[in-house]
Design a protein around this ligand. Sequence first.
Ligand code: G4P
Length: 526
Amino acid sequence: MSQLEEQLHRRRTFAIISHPDAGKTTLTEKLLLFGGAIQLAGTVKGRKAARHATSDWMELEKQRGISVTSSVMQFPYHESIVNLLDTPGHGDFSEDTYRTLTAVDSALMVIDVAKGVEERTIKLMDVCRLRSTPILTFVNKLDREGRDAIEVLDEIENVLQIRCAPVTWPIGMGKRFKGVYDLRHDRTHLFSATHGGHIQSGEVIEGLNNPRMDELLGDQADELREELELVQGASHPLDLDDYLAGQQTPVFFGSAINNFGVKELLDAFVEYAPPPLARTTRERPVEPSEPKFSGFVFKIQANMDPAHRDRVAFLRVCSGSYKKGMKMRHVRIGKSVQVANAITFQADERRQVEEAWPGDIIGLHNHGTIQIGDTFTEGEDLKYEGVPYFAPELFRRVVLKDPLKTKALQKGVLQLCEEGATQVFRPLKNNDIILGAVGVLQFEVAAYRLKGEYGVEAVVEAVSVNTARWVECDDPKMLARFQEKAYENLALDGDDQLVYLAPTRVNLDLTQERWPEIRFLATREL
Ligand code: G4P
């Protein structure tokens, strides 16, 4: 095996999808703890700061700084090198969250056992489905009273439309929580709460029928045996091909805060989760084992401090390897650039890397020439696909304080748009500028940066747009007719693509029904 093959087979690049408060940060800490990346859990910075959307700009900047350092966390585990990509979740939920999911090879879904499937998880799951991303599930907070485990699995299957295969099964819950039974290895891990962030191991009992089970669990041993019979009859056996195809999710139970069930999860993760696979470019599929370097940019992070206007472009390596000082071709602008100082993000410390392999993320310093979706190669003209724009869910009209600044506003907004900070829509019927986003903080960031970087003072105000769809039709006449009839609701995006801005969901449904020949698209390739 070549060094490249060896390195790429070790890589596991993933992100956590969850609704706020399900336990993503806590679980991240514990995973890093197992990876030896941090000594004690509780040190993943910014968990409180990142909790609230805020208009305090110092605070905002702190948050952004923090999320740069914790954007990508790399740690070794057994034979693997794990790359965990952060998906901004609380106030800083944005299109970055969605696009990060286009750069991973698999995902880990965290569900709060008391809350079940929540709204944000549904959205993130929809994004995973675009690429049939394999998903492992961790049902968290078993140390608290929650819903029946079977009920939670039912909900996952019904709401998220993915089959569940339990790999571990909880014994009791809340005060009666005794541990998990590992269906793969026919053994039980007994629970004991931990304090602080130490790794600890409770007693392990081999075999479901081991008398030690009855001795320690009392009635709960028989309850478990009965429940397992029921579960195994009613649920799906683990099928790795189905998992890799995104059709089935292996499910684990535990308590992240008590570091319980996390090791089983991580062990299975490095075993089941796929290494980097071939990815499609507009020209041809690219195998990760191809010796020549290639990758794409999925996120650009701007520094909020006007004194340090550096932006970092996050590039996912797809083939070959990055070596410090190498030349790369920036395909869109047709230029070759020398990259001497790419950064990587190990746990919570920024450091320069000498090399990076498929599945790894590197940060390129960028002064505005790099856009989201850009491909870099070792010479070949390729364009990676699958880094789309997502239809925004929130809309605001930009109102200028100084009407003479219209030109500067347009320029600023278009650049923010290219960076993926926000999306812009210009209605056909008037000169409004409407911003679109998936998280409210995006509007604050846009207004702040317009002022700081383009000298434009603007405020954003509510506008009656509920959702947007890109519009396409093979028949130009039909499209022209639609354009005439739907004129009031049509706009152009930052790339002059036609977009339907629906005032309500009902309006969108009706319009779609009325115009069956028109395609209404919720994503658009960059
Ligand atoms: P998030 O990143 O998904 O938003 O969730 P986070 O890890 O911040 O966890 C949200 C809350 O849930 C935190 O409590 C955290 O301690 C708690 N939590 C996480 N895992 C478990 C678990 O296994 N069992 C129980 N009982 N609680 C859990 P908080 O009070 O909001 O914050 P903190 O004061 O603990 O930091």
